[in-house]
Design a protein around this ligand. Structure first.
Ligand SMILES: [Cu+2]
Length: 111
């Protein structure tokens, strides 16, 4: 599993994410803040195979619709628009075990 996202850096403000699920499983995209000094991939999943979504800026987890839902089905698009302050973020798929299996990527937001 992999989460490939472009670009890897954007300017602060409103940012729209369009997520194409090219796999056969259901996926999602959640935008989480990265703590000072932390890197993408360092979160420890809990017993449920998911990472803590505290501080989430928003997520795309709906098939052919905006925002939160039941996940983006295989072959479908999901999207979300969030407002990001300058800083470092991590885009993750937080379905069970997907984060641990590599579905995360850093996003840097400049002023
Ligand atoms: Cu996933």
């Amino acid at each position: 599993m992999v989460l490939m996202a472009q670009p890897v850096s954007v300017h602060a403000g409103q940012v729209s994410f369009v997520v194409a699920n090219r796999g056969w499983r259901t996926h999602e995209l959640v935008v989480l803040p990265l703590a000072q000094g932390a890197s993408a991939g360092q979160r420890a999943p809990g017993p449920d195979g998911k990472v803590d979504e505290a501080g989430s800026l928003g997520d795309a987890s709906s098939s052919c619709a905006a925002g939160t839902g039941e996940g983006i089905a295989s072959g479908a698009l999901g999207w979300v628009t969030v407002t990001l302050a300058p800083g470092r973020y991590e885009r993750v798929c937080n379905l069970t075990n997907h984060y641990a299996n590599g579905m995360r990527q850093e996003l840097d937001v400049s002023a």
